[in-house]
Ligand binder design. Structure first.
Ligand code: ADP
Length: 865
């Protein structure tokens, strides 16, 4: 079978990126062939046709080249990779087959097209090297942010969840790696992760001899390996400069509040649990930023709340000052609205994709800086002062951009029209010639008309021979001899003159030259921006922080938040706390605020009982969210709050509340609970919502019971436990640090009203039957239910009326408690214990033994199987 030269070219390109869909540029279209075409037709809804119809038809699908961005977006959203093969020479000038080259490979983690990125979200590509101390590196190609960490293997999943990468690289020998919903896993050859290769790649990329300058030490070897593989992958897929990735920052674990993936999801920090939407998450409430950079930083702060009191207080001081300073936050926010996404813009500048409009956006941003800086000078807050000094006004660059650029600039530099008049005398001259030349032609036409006496004489233009003079046949005899005839058309003849051609040459070339010069000036400006990249980047980072802080101040003002008092002791004291998200969603004032106190004295394990829909879950979540907000430096929805710094927050929702996940949910619930029991420390905050509900009642109660006991005895951390098992309230009789709370309920006009008010004490036991009565269940049924309930309860009550399971076996601290229900002592044991051996004859002894055997046989026979 013969293959056309073009298909051969296609096959070569395809061989270079076998696991990507190849978008092959042919004229004005991108075409896909073979299986790629089938996939594309399915994912993109393109019509499947065929090429080389006949014996061996090749499946084909395609789309017009100007729709590349939108189709690329769809392919990437579907988790596919796309390789783009462009024509790299002008088809008209090509001798034979036009030359084509792979220009880039696009995946989720390597998208740079602005239209395909959410300005409010970072777009991280991660790399993992598994191991006892695993390596983890992550880079956002759209901003140049690049970090790496050495991570104990058991914390790898948690760290990955904190970063939330969209794509993750791992060696093809790396085995199974932790994953996240929606994360693309890309396997790479094992050698790409080797230490030798990583060092080579990184040294070459950064132009360094060692990575110690970045703060890496010998123990970070795995982190370096992961980082090296990332740069290798970017170089392979991007095929452009990666100059904006100019440093690798070591990330040290333990500097932020740890929250595992399940807790993040369950607390709905960035997305809602059911719909996965940003709306309805804590982030959506907190994010009042005015810039895209601020928005991304807000998400980062939320993912990394602090654990160091001084740093938290520094942020709170700043928010406090922005809040109290007359109009300070509002004015800053007004200024910040005019700040562009300098981080992503800089990435485009260094990778050579910036447009004139990018530069004018930067110029506009620089113009805002003096006002922002002025508002921040001489502040009491140390952080605000520091940020003020970090804003570099870049006056030199600003003057240069302002002088050079028009206010509104186009997206392409080659068409010109964006350099201000007066900036370059050469450009001004060319422009004058270009437009002046056109004027000259008008004048020339008038003069020739008079000179020849042909008033209808016209100057025209066509692509074949440029400017010409057109004279109708009626005036043919008046044509001067120096006119050179070029063309005859229906009613006229067309002529040229040397004079006309001279000017034409100057005019046309002036226009071309002006455009070329403008493009050159653009490149110079772009280079000037690139040269200032470091100063601009740190300014951008400062602006993002100011934006976040001002946003938090605005939020605090609008929703009446208070400044939390941060302490190191593991206590909580929240007065009139509100759930930040529900509070913002409900009509003003309808959320019922609640207090929460957990400390050594009152008890740090709060057991909240009450019927479904009473507000238990809301209450325990709001406590976790308030703690988290305080630690990230935000004011909190309460009238007063003392927050002891937590090292970890755990949040678990019982299996039946999370049916949507469709796994063996009870297994998941127990695995996650095990993790809490194994990793929580006395400084942690644990919230458990309906744990144990995913199994039978007795199983469930027993598990819930022993979990609480373990948290109380072994860990002693602040715990909020919401449950509808009122049996658990008995725990307070044997455990000293338990507080029983319940949700107040009122009957009203034959209906139950949930007051959502948390009050001290255990919930009303007969509540379920009570509700059933209100709902109109027949009297006989209710009566019967009451009898059954009484019987069930009696079966588990001792003589004193206490639940038998509340009686605790005496165990040493540290010893595992396996039983909840002690077996009753066998009557024989007493007899053995009290037998008077001193006065027992051998015969009597034998008789006694036989008697005991008999008793034993009888009791076993009496027990039903
Ligand atoms: P439970 O966990 O007891 O089943 P939830 O905490 O899920 O109950 O609360 C049920 C609903 O009650 C919530 O969706 C919310 O609309 C409302 N709610 C809960 N707490 C409050 C409150 N403090 N103020 C106002 N409405 C509340």
């Amino acid at each position: 079978m013969t293959v056309s030269p073009m298909m051969q070219q296609y096959q070569e390109a395809k061989a270079a990126c076998p696991d990507a869909l190849l978008l092959f540029r042919m004229g004005d279209f991108y075409e896909l062939f073979h299986d790629d075409a089938k996939t594309a037709s399915r994912v993109l809804g393109l019509a499947l046709t065929s090429r080389d119809k006949g014996e061996n038809p090749v499946p084909m699908a395609g789309f017009p080249h100007h729709q590349l961005e939108s189709y690329l977006g769809k392919l990437i959203a579907a988790g596919l990779r796309a390789a783009i093969c462009d024509q790299v020479e002008d088809a008209r000038q090509a001798k034979g087959l036009v030359r084509r080259e792979l220009t880039r490979i696009v995946t989720r983690g390597t998208v740079t097209d602005d239209a395909l990125l959410d300005p409010r979200e970072s777009n991280y590509l991660a790399g993992i090297v598994p191991g006892e101390i695993a390596g983890l590196a992550w880079v956002d190609l759209s901003t140049g942010r690049f970090l790496a960490a050495a991570v104990p293997s058991e914390q790898l999943a948690e760290e990955l969840a904190r970063i939330g990468p969209v794509e993750c690289l791992a060696g093809d020998d790396a085995g199974e790696i932790p994953t996240l919903p929606g994360m693309l896993i890309t396997r790479r050859p094992a050698w790409a992760f080797s230490h030798r290769n990583a060092l080579d790649v990184l040294h070459k990329h950064f132009g360094t001899q060692s990575l110690e300058g970045f703060g890496f030490v010998a123990e970070d070897a795995a982190a370096i390996r992961a980082a090296g593989a990332l740069v290798e992958y970017l170089a392979e897929t991007q095929k452009t400069s990666l100059g904006h990735i100019d440093r690798l920052v070591p990330y040290r674990l333990g500097t932020s509040l740890a929250i595992d993936e399940a807790s993040r999801r369950s607390l709905e920090l960035c997305r809602t649990l059911r719909e996965g939407r940003r709306e309805g998450s804590l982030l959506a409430v907190l994010d009042r930023t005015a810039t895209a950079m601020g928005s991304r930083l807000m998400a980062e702060w939320l993912a990394n709340p602090l654990t160091d009191r001084a740093s938290i207080d520094a942020r709170l001081d700043a928010v406090g000052e922005l809040l109290t300073g007359a109009n300070l936050a509002a004015e800053l926010r007004e200024q910040l609205k005019r700040v562009h996404d300098v981080e992503r813009l800089l990435a485009r500048v260094t990778t050579g994709r910036a447009t004139p409009r990018d530069l004018s956006c930067l110029a506009r941003t620089l113009r805002v800086l003096p006002a922002v800086k002025a508002r921040l000078t001489a502040r009491a807050s140390v952080l605000l002062n520091r940020l003020e000094t970090e804003i570099d006004l870049c006056p030199d660059l600003r003057a240069r951009l302002d002088a050079a650029l028009e206010d509104e600039c186009p997206l392409v530099s080659r068409e010109g029209g964006f350099i201000r008049a007066g900036h370059s005398s050469e450009l001004d001259g060319l422009r004058e010639l270009a437009s002046g030349g056109k004027q000259w032609i008008a004048r020339y036409q008038a003069e020739e008309a008079t000179r020849t006496g042909i008033s209808s004489l016209k100057v025209g233009f066509n692509n074949v021979f440029g400017y010409y003079l057109e004279i109708t046949h009626a005036h043919r005899d008046k044509v001067p001899p120096h006119y050179i005839r070029k063309q005859t058309v229906k009613n006229a003849e067309r002529y040229i003159t040397p004079e006309l051609k001279d000017y034409e040459e100057k005019v046309l070339s002036a226009d071309d030259k002006a455009k070329t010069l403008e493009h050159e000036l653009f490149l110079e400006l772009r280079d000037a921006v690139a040269a200032a990249a470091r100063r601009l980047r740190s300014t951008a980072e400062a602006l993002a922080q100011i934006d976040v802080l001002a946003g938090l101040a605005e939020l605090a003002r609008e929703r009446g938040y208070c400044r939390p008092q941060i302490v190191d002791e593991p206590v909580l004291n929240i007065v009139a706390g509100r759930h930040p998200v529900l509070d913002a969603m409900l009509t003003s004032g309808s959320f019922v605020p609640n207090d929460c106190t957990a400390d050594g004295e009152l008890g740090n394990i709060l057991l909240i009982t009450g019927p479904n829909m009473a507000g238990k879950s809301t209450y325990i979540r709001q406590t976790a969210l308030i703690t988290l907000m305080a630690q990230l430096g935000s004011f909190v929805p309460a009238t007063e709050a003392t927050i002891g710094i937590a090292d970890r927050i755990f949040a678990r929702v019982g299996a039946s509340d999370e049916l949507s996940r469709g796994q063996s949910t009870f297994m998941v619930e127990m695995t996650e609970t095990a993790r809490i029991l194994n990793t929580a420390t006395p400084a942690s905050l644990v919230i458990l919502d309906e744990i144990g509900r995913g199994t039978s009642t007795y199983d469930g109660v027993s598990l819930a019971w022993s979990v609480v006991e373990f948290l109380h005895d072994e860990i002693g951390c602040r715990t909020l436990f919401a449950t509808h098992y009122h049996e658990l309230t008995e725990l307070s009789q044997s455990l000293s640090r338990i507080q029983n709370l319940n949700v107040a309920v009122r009957e009203w006009q034959d209906d139950v009203v949930f007051l959502h008010k948390i009050v001290a004490g255990a919930a009303d036991k007969s509540y379920g039957i009570h509700v059933a009565r209100l709902a109109g269940i027949p009297r006989e049924v209710l009566e019967r239910a009451r009898q059954i309930l009484a019987r069930l309860e009696a079966d588990h009550l001792d003589e004193g009326g206490r639940a038998t399971w509340a009686r605790r076996p005496q165990v040493q601290k540290g010893q595992l408690q396996l039983t909840l229900f002690e077996p009753p002592p066998h009557p024989l044991l007493d007899e053995i214990r009290t037998a008077d051996l001193d006065n027992l004859t051998p015969v009597n002894a034998l008789n006694l033994l036989q008697q005991w055997q008999q008793t034993l046989a009888n009791t076993i026979a009496a027990k039903p199987r």
